[in-house]
Write a new protein. Sequence first.
Length: 78
Amino acid sequence: MRTTLVIPDDVYREVKVTAAREGITVTSFIEQSLRDALDRSRGRAEVRLPVLPQTGGTRADVDLRDNAAVRDLLEAGE
């Protein structure tokens, strides 16, 4: 559905910057914001967890199913 909204200039500028930073359109940002507000009013707000940069991880030569090998690796300090 198409509709017309009156949004203060300062709010629109902030929405536009935030949408661009998130890589989405202003329309998508406003739609998701409205959905989030409706969910909160119904008492079922979505929990948004931050996306953390991926660092570390396991080594390719480590089989995490082999407890003894993992223990040996930890004891070796690698």
